[in-house]
Design a protein. Structure first.
Length: 216
């Protein structure tokens, strides 16, 4: 009887990093002055064949920090009313605690050293995340402070498309423009794109590392 191969873990795939998709909706482009209004994280798992799969989504509506700038043009794009009573928004520290908890748990379970942010224009999201961490004085940020995986780069290289909607279309994945600019929706679509592209790259990974691969 042949031994059962061990279940793949993410810690063996990305040099000890756990990819986690993050999308933020904001009151502008300046992470030092403009409000963080929504944050969503989508966990990335790995199946028995070693392929990446989209996991659970965790999200929070965020109260603008005291003195935060909010640009009208940004609200016209994301459709957020920062002061709507049904938003159930929470302060930045509480929002970060909510989304960081499952990330820390997955880092431990997957044998990783820390998380690495995956995003579409990833350094925009990472900048707002880091700024909120600093304002809220969060001591245990599970994300790498400056490294990130960007689906703009992956989409441009693999598909010739850098806009999320067009990259998804080129990859044969659905995208509903009416749902766009919601942190949850954009994060989940970015996760789908990331998983598809990385899974298609497995033969390349195997060729350079000598680690075997199964067809995706």
């Amino acid at each position: 009887m042949e031994p059962i191969p061990p279940t793949p873990r993410m810690g063996q795939r990305f040099r000890g990093f756990l990819p986690v998709v993050v999308d933020v909706e904001t009151g502008g482009f300046n992470n030092a002055t403009d409000a963080l209004l929504e944050i969503a994280v989508v966990m990335i798992g790995i199946d028995g064949a070693g392929n990446l799969v989209r996991g659970e989504t965790h999200a929070a509506h965020v109260e603008p920090f005291p003195g935060a700038n909010i640009e009208k043009a940004s609200l016209e794009v994301n459709g957020i009313d920062p002061h709507h009573p049904l938003r159930l928004a929470v302060p930045e520290r509480e929002a970060l605690s909510k989304v960081f908890k499952p990330v820390r748990q997955a880092v431990s379970e997957q044998g990783c050293t820390r998380a690495i942010l995956v995003g579409h224009n990833a350094h925009f999201d990472l900048g707002f995340l880091n700024a909120a961490v600093a304002r809220a004085d969060v001591k245990r940020n599970p994300f790498h402070p400056f490294s990130a995986f960007d689906t703009v780069t992956l989409g441009g290289a693999a598909l010739g498309q850098t806009v999320l909607a067009r990259a998804l279309e080129a990859a044969g994945l659905p995208y509903d423009a009416r749902e766009a600019h919601s942190a949850i929706y954009d994060a989940e679509r970015t996760a789908d794109l990331f998983c598809l592209l990385v899974n298609r790259m497995r033969p390349i990974h195997a060729a350079f590392t000598g680690i075997g691969t199964q067809a995706a």
